[in-house]
Design a protein around this ligand. Structure first.
Ligand code: AHR
Length: 675
């Protein structure tokens, strides 16, 4: 065919196609390739509705990686607020005390150790020599995000030592030193005293800093210099970053896993996550080097520490806010086996086990119990109603099983109704995985956590992964997974639509197997664009903005359309697991009285589908929620945060059938009310 003829034919086809699509109300609108005439016949059968979709099915995995807590969700804007980092002045600049400054020797700050305070070790002594403008500047977490006209609460502790520092001036500055808001504090006491003040930003700035200058000369001690936006999640003082929690809330998560991830284990046992050190007064929470600090040479973050301002109390409170079941994961006495793999001797395991028992008491104990009392004193006399606890993260081998047994016995003896989550190691197959599964099954473990970071193709090819799992065996927690456009070993990489679409395809397999798969979560959850160690991630943020990736949109579509009971969707009597690059699952929502069908088309072609509904009549009007993008490399970004986001359309049913077209590279949810 000549070129001109081809163009002409395509144009005619397009016009006819457009006319047809406008006149046929049974079709979901689509974008291309209207010429394909092949129709895939699918059957949705309501006969068996006995398998429940657990309310926990789609949850959230939180770990302080990528500056997700300090510098992220925890809205503190001052880095190293209490001078506790290994270098006590990391994050603090003293431009006028260095030898190159014109105003040299205008002052100096030194770190001083408290005597006998193991958790809050240092404070800062500032000596101001003259009126030449000694400055102490905090650089924030890769800067501080300030929004025009928003207000920020500043807190600090101060103690006058000698001379007379009359005023402490506190200012937001931009990179050129231009002042973008200021306030001041008048120190009055020769004993430690807390002072508060408020600054309002005159301009929006992503990388502001906080400058502190002093009026008068003399010596003054400072500690816990803290700055938070007034506008936090639920308006809580010293609370969480509102936009980030909102993104989590919009996911409607069934559970909240915390605090990780490898951070649970620590690179050494000494540096494991210890929940008891993360509660009580903020200033008494002993900081810890974040285990992701220098884990990856190509993404080193030596200034990454854990302040634990977002500790276990705040975690339980957040779970409650989100309506998510808390799912804490605790150290089982093995440090990260990718690092030291340090083992606590069996005869010294007791404190670790006790930590687990005490955590359950902290969450659920009456206010007369020692740990229930602590919770109550922190402002939450009501129980947090903890139902799950995880023992170990990515552990493997006999050392894990040996330790797991001890935890299992102790927890079940004291709290028989608590459900224990065990782990199958870091890989979804292979020796560690097989061994872990075999042993854990013998122990009648209730839930096994599986992790997979694999390429998108793996996800498409593994939509049948759980079809063969024993229905009477342990339930599955797909506790960490993400499709990586490149291999994990290749280092951080972008999110993209191919990965998200492949996850959507794989998730039809999770849903179809809801009888065994009870909890699932994408990982990691969030990342600071200027300070991340691991990618892809579900949510990206900078100091001002945040957005959900295409992967986030996929998670959100599943989680907000999870339904209550599984129903069967099939092609030629078989589940739809990639035939013609089509994947599908279907559920019924008994509370909302609707059917929800998920269709994932991973091909570049538009697909004609005829859905036949059996054993249930539906109302004629329904909706289609469509997530799609033309190119597999596409993704959302700070510039175009909603580039890939769901679009809703109305669809009409014709009797017992729905004829529809599913767009190339798309994830579609169809919903109809039941009659
Ligand atoms: O999600 C990032 C890391 O991946 C987790 O900390 C760990 O459990 C897994 O290896």
């Amino acid at each position: 065919m000549k070129k001109v003829d081809l163009k002409y034919t395509l144009l005619i086809t397009l016009v006819i196609g457009l006319i047809l699509s406008c006149t046929n109300k049974n079709k979901v609108e689509s974008v291309t390739n209207l010429s394909s005439s092949e129709v895939t016949e699918l059957v949705v059968d309501f006969k068996n509705t006995g398998i429940k979709i657990q309310p926990t099915m789609y949850g959230v995995f939180f770990e302080d990686i990528n500056f997700a807590a300090d510098g992220g969700l925890y809205a503190e804007m001052i880095k190293n607020r209490s001078f506790e980092f290994t270098n006590p002045f990391m994050g603090w600049l003293q431009p006028n005390s260095n030898k190159h400054s014109l105003n040299k020797n205008s002052g100096i700050a030194s770190a001083i150790k408290y005597t006998g305070n193991p958790s809050n070790k240092n404070y800062c002594r500032v000596k101001v020599n003259n009126d030449k403008g000694y400055e102490l500047i905090n650089e924030g977490f890769r800067g501080m995000g300030i929004h025009k006209e928003a207000s920020y609460n500043l807190d600090l502790s101060a103690k006058k030592i000698s001379g007379n520092i009359k005023k402490i001036i506190i200012q937001f500055i931009d990179k050129d030193g231009i002042v973008l808001g200021d306030t001041n504090i008048v120190p009055t006491s020769i004993d430690w005293k807390n002072y508060t003040a408020q600054l309002t930003a005159s301009k929006t700035e992503e990388k502001a800093q906080l400058k502190i200058t002093f009026e008068g000369t003399g010596e003054i001690d400072l500690d816990m210099i803290s700055l938070f936006p007034v506008d936090t999640w639920k308006g809580r003082k010293k609370g969480l970053r509102k936009d980030l929690v909102q993104l989590l809330d919009d996911l409607n998560p069934g559970f909240l896993r915390f605090p990780g991830g490898c951070i649970v284990e620590g690179r050494t046992l000494e540096r494991r996550y210890q929940w008891k050190k993360t509660i009580g007064n903020i200033e008494d929470r002993e900081i810890l080097v974040n285990r992701w600090n220098t884990e990856f040479a190509y993404k080193s973050a030596p200034d990454y520490y854990q302040s634990f301002g977002l500790g276990f109390f705040e975690y339980f409170q957040l779970s409650e806010d989100l309506g998510a079941e808390p799912l804490p994961i605790l150290s089982c006495g093995i440090a990260c086996q990718f690092n030291t793999g340090e083992l606590v001797p069996m005869e010294e395991l007791d404190p670790y086990v006790q930590d687990a028992l005490d955590l359950i008491e902290f969450a659920n104990g009456s206010i007369d119990t020692p740990w229930g009392k602590v919770r109550s004193e922190m402002g939450h006399p009501e129980k947090f109603n903890l139902k799950y606890i995880g023992v170990g993260n990515e552990q493997w081998g006999p050392a894990y099983i040996e330790r797991y047994k001890v935890f299992q016995k102790a927890i079940k003896d004291k709290y028989p109704t608590i459900i224990i989550v065990s782990g199958s190691g870091p890989f979804p197959d292979g020796d560690y995985f097989e061994y872990g599964w075999e042993e854990l099954k013998k122990l009648n473990t209730e839930i096994i956590d599986e992790h997979y970071y694999k390429n998108p193709q793996w996800f498409r090819e593994n939509a049948t992964r759980y079809d063969s799992y024993d229905r009477n065996g342990p339930k599955i927690f797909a506790g960490e997974y993400a499709a990586h456009p490149k291999e994990v070993e290749d280092g951080p990489k972008e999110n993209n639509w191919e990965a998200a679409l492949s996850e959507a395809a794989f998730m039809t397999g999770l849903e179809r197997n809801a009888e065994v798969v009870n909890l699932t979560s994408y990982a990691p959850l969030m990342a600071h664009i200027d300070a991340f160690q691991w990618a892809p991630d579900m949510i990206w943020f900078n100091n001002l903005q945040s957005y959900g990736t295409a992967n986030y949109q996929v998670q959100k579509m599943y989680a907000t359309n999870k339904g209550t009971n599984l129903i069967e969707i099939s092609k030629d009597g078989m589940p739809i697991t990639g035939q013609n690059n089509l994947f599908a699952s279907a559920v019924k929502d008994i509370e909302k009285n609707e059917v929800i069908i998920k269709l994932v088309n991973t091909s570049e072609n538009l697909q004609n589908i005829n859905l036949q509904f059996k054993n249930q009549t539906l109302t004629t009007k329904g909706i289609a929620i469509i997530l799609k993008s033309k190119h597999l490399e596409d993704n959302n970004s700070f510039e175009l945060p909603n580039k890939i986001s769901p679009v809703e359309k109305q669809i009409d049913l014709n009797g017992e059938n729905l004829e529809t077209k599913v767009a190339p590279y798309s994830f579609t949810i169809l919903k109809f009310k039941l009659k």
